[in-house]
Design a protein around this ligand. Structure first.
Ligand SMILES: [Zn+2]
Length: 139
């Protein structure tokens, strides 16, 4: 990894941590350390396809690393996607997030969600299917 890339990613991490601390846990108010604060998706179906398809991924963590130094336009697109994703999330501490996930059974449904959105769980290049498929998923 070259230095510019390293520096830019570090800056994003810094920015994301600052944001998490500023918000604090939406449920219990914890805001002591950004490491214990997660971006939790309000709605699993709007989760970025790159994030759904990665097993055990930390969601946003997969997006902030997407960087294109040579192509400013492409980079701006990546950044826009990251910001959009942040907007779709609320901040929860690890504790509250775990309880919330269990309550929503998010973990058990992640494969189904990925399949409803884009076919194969493993193939993240697949684009999301039409909304009819998503409606069928919930029925
Ligand atoms: Zn909490």
């Amino acid at each position: 990894m070259n230095n510019i890339r390293k520096h830019r990613i570090a800056r994003r991490v810094y920015w994301l941590r600052k944001y998490k601390l500023a918000c604090g846990c939406e449920i219990c108010g914890f805001n002591k350390n950004a490491v214990s604060l997660d971006f939790a998706h309000k709605d699993q179906m709007t989760k970025h396809i790159e994030m759904v398809s990665r097993r055990g991924g930390n969601g946003i963590d997969n997006l902030y690393k997407r960087l294109c130094i040579k192509d400013i336009k492409k980079n701006r697109f990546y950044l826009k996607e990251l910001i959009n994703e942040v907007r779709l999330c609320r901040i929860l501490c690890k504790n509250c997030h775990a309880v919330e996930t269990e309550n929503n059974r998010e973990f058990h449904n992640s494969r189904k969600i990925a399949e409803a959105r884009g076919g194969s769980y493993k193939d993240r290049k697949n684009s999301p299917k039409s909304s009819t498929t998503l409606i069928n998923f919930f029925n």
